[in-house]
Design a protein around this ligand. Structure first.
Ligand code: HEM
Length: 370
């Protein structure tokens, strides 16, 4: 289902082809890129906060605002391009529709092939074509640049396989689309759930503010981020309760036995991340928001599969460090500079391919300190 939009990009690819692509793309997420992401995230978040000054006293759809911010950050940091406001709206609107449509098709009793032109399929194709136009536009503009920047897009364009050939335009499109989609939707959900939780737990919000208040007049430096323990615990606890990707899938490559269940080769397994994250055998008071529980939580060993918002094993999210860095900066700056009030009364989780906060978390902007 995902391949309809993402083609053969990293998320949907498999076997040797996936391994080759992952090896090629991985360097784009190394330390140097993270520094770049840091700078861009600080600038883009400050721009957004400054724009919010004019919205003091008004309600905003916080989720939608975070979408615009994170689309901007992914586009600037990995593809060195600005995305127009119109295109941001298209990306947000079309991906939401496709997420809902894919869910409808997955749950439907009868699977109608996408080639059959029922209204939903016609609309899906139109929306994918609009997203394609944005992605191919980014790629085509880059090909004409005389002095291109060294970013993920350039890495994809210049990469060579062992036989000396490069990636086809279609493969580049699939990788760019994949990173573009995977790189913002999940982060938007995580940020929305985090602030939804913080607004219902004043003491936890206050602790974050105490840690972040020094950024009211000075930006967080790259080196500051690992020291922001409260922010990190808050993010982890929010993703424990509301993992942005609630389920991941695997296909058994050989027979196995798990807790008395026989698993034959080729069987599809759904790994219930959301369920494991709230399992009472492993998490005391599993439904409560207690960020401190992560202060002494060892992320290594078996615990890697007890807390796995980014999945696990060789297919673990390629953008996990990107996402944590980005979210911690955004939260620290929001906490230091913006007072918001929760408007939404009951946000119901929508478990599509990602775990969405209903139609978005609504907030009132009370004061912005810029
Ligand atoms: C809070 C933010 C994020 C969450 C919770 C998240 C979660 C996940 C999960 C659960 C997977 C599947 C892992 C598995 O099957 O074991 C995944 C894969 C992936 N994610 Fe993320 N992700 C986030 C942010 C990002 C960002 C920022 C990017 C890129 C900029 C990204 C790119 C990808 C890609 C390309 C894959 C496929 C990796 C592969 O199969 O080799 N993600 N992510």
């Amino acid at each position: 289902m995902l391949a309809l939009l993402l083609g053969n990009g990293l998320v949907t690819n498999g076997g040797d082809s996936w391994h080759k692509q992952r090896t090629m793309i991985q360097p784009a997420f190394h330390r140097e890129t993270l520094k770049r992401i840091h700078d861009i995230t600080v600038d883009s978040t400050n721009e957004l906060i400054t724009a919010w000054k004019a919205k003091e006293g008004s309600d905003i759809n916080f989720t939608r605002e975070m979408a615009a911010l994170t689309i901007d950050i992914v586009a600037k940091s990995l593809f060195t391009t600005d995305i127009t406001n119109d295109n941001i709206q298209t990306v947000w609107h079309n991906i939401n529709y496709l997420n809902e449509a894919a869910d409808h098709m997955i749950r439907g009793l009868i699977r109608i092939p996408v080639s059959v032109p029922i209204p939903r399929h016609v609309k899906m194709k139109k929306y994918i074509a609009e997203l394609d136009a944005i992605i191919y536009g980014i790629i085509d503009r880059r090909k004409q640049e005389k002095d291109p920047p060294h970013d993920l897009l350039q890495l994809l364009l210049e990469a060579r396989y062992e036989d000396g050939t490069g990636m086809t335009d279609l493969q580049i499109r699939d990788e760019v689309m994949t990173i573009f989609v995977a790189g913002h939707e999940t982060t938007v959900n995580a940020l929305s759930w985090t602030w939804y939780l913080l607004k219902q737990h004043a003491a936890e919000e206050q602790k974050l503010k105490e840690e972040s208040i020094r950024f009211e007049n000075a930006n967080p430096a790259f080196e500051d981020i690992p020291t922001l323990a409260v922010g990190r615990n808050v993010m982890n606890e929010s993703m424990r309760l509301y993992p942005p990707v609630p389920i991941v899938g695997r296909i058994a490559v050989q027979p196995d036995e798990v807790m008395g269940y026989h698993i034959p080769t080729n069987v599809q397994i759904a790994i219930n991340i959301a369920g494991v994250h709230r399992h009472p055998s492993f998490w005391p008071n599993p439904n409560d928001f207690i960020p401190e529980r992560f202060s002494n939580f060892d992320m290594k060993g078996d615990n890697r599969f007890l807390f796995m918002p980014f999945g696990g094993g060789p297919r673990i999210c390629i953008g996990n460090n990107f996402a944590m860095l980005e979210m911690q900066i955004i939260n620290a700056l929001l906490s230091a500079k913006v007072d918001m009030e929760l408007v939404s009364t009951n946000v119901v989780p929508k478990a599509l391919i990602t775990l969405k906060p209903g139609d978005g978390v609504l907030m009132k902007i009370k004061a912005v300190r810029v």
